[in-house]
Design a protein around this ligand. Structure first.
Ligand code: TMP
Length: 252
């Protein structure tokens, strides 16, 4: 069914198809996993199904606290209906604890709490390896306006506060995460809303007691049990109780 729809865009982990009505798209979550700008690749059976559900859960919860986003409704195991946006070519990263690239760049031991939550911007360009950029670059090259940067930062901090609490309540520490934003046009005006996905592919999630990684670092660093960890995140959030059978049955 999906394959007959017009493909609008294919990324590393998701495909966007034309939606049933103007201004909508269908977001399809693949099982493909990539890391280090796609130098490392694998197919993790069931990942798309889990991320579809976790992203739906986060976007729905965030919408309820007033963080507007692209999610409309789930369509199937791997598909969700979303609002079509003009993606702002930035990855917005919020960090609470040093890990990954900030640990390397600034020589911080992984696990060091940061003095406060830090927001970083990366320019989305695979050929360049998504370089970190500053607000100066963003406004000079017109990737986003000053007001849009302010809006993205305010929303990113709200997402961080809300998700930190949500995860902490189920024994998970939100170390850092990446989000993306898009513009929606209303007449002559445009508004910035949250887009893309929020899943263990785009967050660092550590078990609060053991500090065990429950996110894509398990794949990046060959730690094993990737799907089991993603499933555990979903289980703790109280979603996807049916997941184990879905995975074992193989997902079409
Ligand atoms: P980093 O420490 O590698 O810069 O990653 C920061 C956060 O952003 C981490 O939660 C993983 C996420 N991330 C993505 O979602 N996509 C990416 O391409 C990269 C590099 C990181």
């Amino acid at each position: 069914m999906t394959t007959r729809r017009k493909k609008i865009y294919e990324g590393k982990a998701k495909i966007l198809y034309e939606g049933p009505e103007p201004g909508t798209l269908i977001q399809y979550f693949k099982d493909d996993a990539t890391a280090f700008n796609a130098q490392k690749k694998a197919v993790l059976e069931g990942k798309g199904v889990i991320n579809n559900r976790i992203s739906e859960y986060m976007m729905t919860r965030l919408n309820a606290i007033g963080v507007q986003n692209h999610f409309i409704r789930r369509l199937s195991l791997r598909e969700q209906l979303i609002k079509e946006v003009e993606i702002i070519p930035l990855e917005v990263v919020v960090r609470n604890i040093a890990a990954g690239s900030i640990a390397t760049r600034l020589g911080l031991a992984e696990g060091t709490p940061l003095p406060r939550s830090i927001i970083e911007f990366y320019y989305k360009d695979d050929k360049l390896g998504d370089p970190m950029v500053s607000e100066e670059h963003i406004t000079a090259f017109n990737w986003a306006a000053t007001q849009e940067i302010d809006d993205m930062m305010a929303m990113a901090l709200r997402v961080n506060d809300y998700m930190s609490g949500l995860f902490s309540a189920v024994g998970i520490t939100l170390v850092d995460f990446k989000i993306e934003f898009g513009r929606i046009y209303e007449g002559d005006f445009s508004r910035v809303i949250l887009a893309d996905e929020i899943s263990p592919d785009s967050c660092r999630l550590w078990d609060s007691t053991t500090n065990e990684k429950m996110d894509k670092d398990r794949f990046r660093r060959d730690l094993g049990n990737v799907i089991e960890s993603y499933t555990e995140v979903a289980r703790r959030l109280g979603i996807m109780k049916e997941m184990p059978t879905v995975i074992q049955g193989g997902v079409a």
